[in-house]
Design a protein around this ligand. Structure first.
Ligand SMILES: [Zn+2]
Length: 66
């Protein structure tokens, strides 16, 4: 999915919060607006650690399985 919404490319230095626009430039400071791509977030990453630990099973022979 592509979004046409852009954000002021210099908002971190010029504004206190992101300034969004549909144009090519920030309407407030005139800086070039850049594509407001969402920050990369990988929900799988934190679970990878747990999944790896979960793979370690009780192999001490204390299995309750008959
Ligand atoms: Zn701006």
């Amino acid at each position: 999915m592509k979004s046409d919404i852009r954000v002021c490319g210099d908002w971190e230095a010029t504004h206190e919060r992101p300034v969004y626009t549909l144009g090519d430039a920030c309407p407030e400071c005139g800086a070039a607006a850049v594509n407001s791509a969402p920050a990369p977030f990988n929900p799988e990453e934190p679970h990878g650690e747990y999944r790896r630990r979960a793979r370690v099973r009780n192999r001490d022979g204390n299995s309750d399985d008959e």
